[in-house]
Design a protein around this ligand. Structure first.
Ligand code: IVH
Length: 675
């Protein structure tokens, strides 16, 4: 292939990846591989100037927004990208070049060294101190209007005190790693697709047509740039960051102003050493000239400023042996292939299983049982198989084929045309039933103790349970005869299930696994309609009219109660003695935390993460994913996030022991703070 052909091929490939990444939020290859493609194209364009084109992907940023459902917003100043370096030598050379261009000594240039947050860029415009418009980057010139969604992000200030007539704040929307894990747990519980990494989850959450869906996602915003009417008001970048922090924005507390190229390089290695200790996922370090006048002198290309550079950090990767590829069946019947690995330690934890997402991903990666494979944590959280390592001379197994039958019930597995997921469509598949019942009994739902995966599996196998309604009608004698169970534990199980018959309707709604209905929406609906009959017969408009319930949730609930199986199931639950009402007998909770932001980090005994957040929200508070000056207090549970605790300490936000959580909910106050 000659250079002309290769350039054309690279352009096409990069454009395809841009679309997948920016428009579909579903990247096809790891970022590092994408960077390699862009680097190769840029090298070819440099060697063959006649092949350069103004519209080449190397000259522009991101993807065109022509194909999105959001209104276009033309950025007042283009949102540029950053040029990358990968080694310390390249970084040092950039520093020295900048000094030369400014006519200064390398030891005298002042830099700001910041974390490069792995999220998506956002511009927020305030007029006369009020948030008026928020937009994604799009292609850098035209972005997408996501104002309604951004208004739901808890740590984005709605108003700014003493602000100039127009200010524009730019920064990154992201999901904190622990919020990402919790979100995926919830997605799994709701039977919805799990996200591949925090960046995709943040992008998918921000680019929702229904702001109530965005509101239910624990997004955070970190500000890194102030643009607009700032000339004359500030002389350095770090001053603008201080102003942003005063306005209530989260700015990176790890950012340092340093003098000289050597100190700048050194601070960048600090980030490399501490990348896993931060409250956010980083994929590199951004170094900027601190002096705004110097920035203006260096200027920008059409793609990126000359006054800033990103040093990209490679993801942590390990090689290990792929033992087998297996398929698991979820609550909705989705069949997900996963890799069984020889255990290996990556970024601090042992990895033995890794999702392979779907059939196409396995084919694309071409991994086969027995292969030596590269494994990494996607966004440093979820283990992911990158691909096989070539082992010359070793014979590989045949390419893996997706099983044609469900490994649990042997019914055919079905992949519909145009879809990437494969399903077991047998409504009586025991694996689906197992997951449905485990979910029904889980803490977020009816919270019935003792019904874990193993126990429920036994009950199904023994033919004692065919449906969630059977749980309330269990025969203690039959249970006592199962392996590992005696009379006492049988009685306890039966009693636990019976006691759950009085559970409020909202918990039952969560347990039924209606798409998009999590604890918050379930409570809003249950409170509004009071009992299941009123909810089931509510017209779509009435569902949509519930404050906090958007069209997506309303549509899903409406559809759910029109299915004949649903009505059958409700009839059975009623017959089993469930009350299916909200509020009966329960004292209404007081708004003890009205308008207060309470951050929970780590586990609070007796509460799942969702339950703790729901308890705070039920009392009028918010439960954001990160700590800011406005945080009322931080509840420190077991195994808390070190960064959140440290941030609270730095900002002087009270840290309280999880033992005081109940007191906090009841009274809105606590008696002692952590030392
Ligand atoms: S400054 C003109 N600072 O990285 C300079 N960007 O690869 C614009 N990013 O589009 C960006 N952390 O989405 C800047 N501390 C930081 C950043 C940061 C993450 C993102 C941003 C930008 C992309 C460029």
């Amino acid at each position: 292939m000659n250079a002309t052909e290769r350039v054309a091929q690279l352009r096409e490939e990069i454009a395809r990846h841009n679309r997948a990444y920016y428009v579909e939020d579903a990247p096809l290859i790891p970022d590092a591989d994408y960077d390699d493609l862009v680097r190769e194209l840029r090298a070819l364009e440099a060697a063959h100037p006649e092949l350069r084109r103004l519209d080449s992907v190397t000259e522009s940023v991101g993807a065109s927004v022509a194909t999105t459902p959001f209104a276009p917003v033309v950025h007042a100043e283009p949102m540029l990208s950053l040029d990358n370096v990968f080694s310390l030598e390249e970084l040092e050379a950039w520093g020295a070049r900048s000094a030369r261009a400014l006519g200064t000594e390398p030891g005298a240039v002042r830099f700001a060294v910041e974390p490069k947050i792995d999220g998506l860029a956002l511009s927020i415009v305030y007029r006369d101190g009020a948030l008026t418009r928020a937009a994604t980057r799009g292609d850098g010139r035209v972005g997408e209007d996501v104002t309604a969604n951004v208004r739901t992000i808890p740590n984005v200030p709605a108003t700014l005190a003493d602000a100039p007539r127009r200010v524009e704040v730019r920064g990154e929307v992201f999901l904190a790693p622990e919020d990402f894990v919790a979100l995926n747990e919830r997605q799994r519980a709701l039977g919805e697709r799990e996200f591949a990494n925090p960046r995709n989850a943040a992008a998918g959450s921000l680019r929702q047509k229904d702001p109530t869906v965005t509101a239910s996602r624990p997004l955070s915003f970190l500000a890194y740039q102030l643009v607009g009417e700032i000339e004359g008001r500030f002389t350095t970048h770090t001053e603008t960051l201080s102003r942003l922090a005063e306005w209530g924005f989260l700015v990176a507390p790890e950012t340092r102003r340093v003098e000289g190229v050597a100190a700048m390089v050194e601070r960048s290695t600090w980030f490399e050493d501490h990348r896993h200790d931060l409250a956010y996922q980083i994929d590199g370090i951004v170094i900027k000239l601190d002096d705004l006048a110097e920035r203006a002198r260096l200027g920008s290309t059409s793609r990126a400023p000359r006054w800033a550079i990103a040093r990209k950090l490679p993801p942590e990767e390990r090689t290990t042996r792929l033992v087998a590829i297996e398929v698991s069946i979820g609550r909705t019947g989705r069949a997900t292939p996963y890799a069984v690995l020889e255990p290996v330690t990556i970024a601090g934890s042992t990895v033995a299983l890794a999702t392979l997402h779907n059939e196409d991903q396995v084919a694309l990666k071409d991994v086969r049982p027995g292969d030596l494979v590269i494994v990494r944590k996607a966004g440093d959280v979820i283990p992911e198989v990158v691909g096989p390592v070539a082992e010359p001379g070793r014979r590989r197994a045949r390419a893996w084929r997706f099983p044609q039958r469900c490994p649990e019930c042997a019914a055919p597995l079905v992949r519909r045309a145009g879809e990437s997921d494969t399903y077991c469509v047998n409504p009586h598949c025991p694996a689906q039933l197992l997951q449905q019942i485990v979910h029904f009994c889980s803490r977020t739902a009816l919270d019935i103790e003792g019904f874990g995966e193993q126990r429920v599996g036994q009950l199904i196998e023994a033919g004692l349970v065919h449906d969630v309604a059977d749980l309330f009608d269990l025969d203690p004698e039959a249970i006592a005869s199962l392996e590992g169970l005696g009379e006492l534990s049988a009685r306890q199980l039966v009693a636990a299930a019976r006691a759950a018959r009085a559970a409020p309707l909202s918990r039952v709604l969560v347990g039924l696994g209606i798409r998009h209905v999590g604890p918050v929406a379930a409570r809003l609906l249950a409170r509004r309609f009071g009992d299941v009959d009123a909810l089931a017969s509510a017209p779509l408009e009435a569902l949509e009219a519930v404050e906090g319930v958007g069209p997506v949730i309303a549509g899903s609930v409406h559809l759910y109660f029109r299915e004949p199986e649903t009505l059958e199931r409700i009839t059975r639950l009623k017959a089993a003695g469930l009350t299916l009402r909200e509020g009966s007998g329960e004292a209404p909770v007081a708004a003890t935390l009205a308008g207060r932001a309470v951050v929970v980090t780590g586990t609070v005994v007796g509460y799942s993460r969702e339950a703790a957040e729901a308890a705070i929200q039920a009392r009028g508070g918010t439960a954001p994913g990160s700590v800011s000056k406005k945080t009322y207090c931080v509840v420190v549970g077991e195994a808390p996030g070190a960064a959140k605790v440290r941030r609270a300490e730095e900002l002087g936000v009270p840290r309280i022991d999880a033992g005081q959580f109940e007191t906090l909910l009841e009274t809105g106050a606590w008696t002692t703070t952590l030392p």
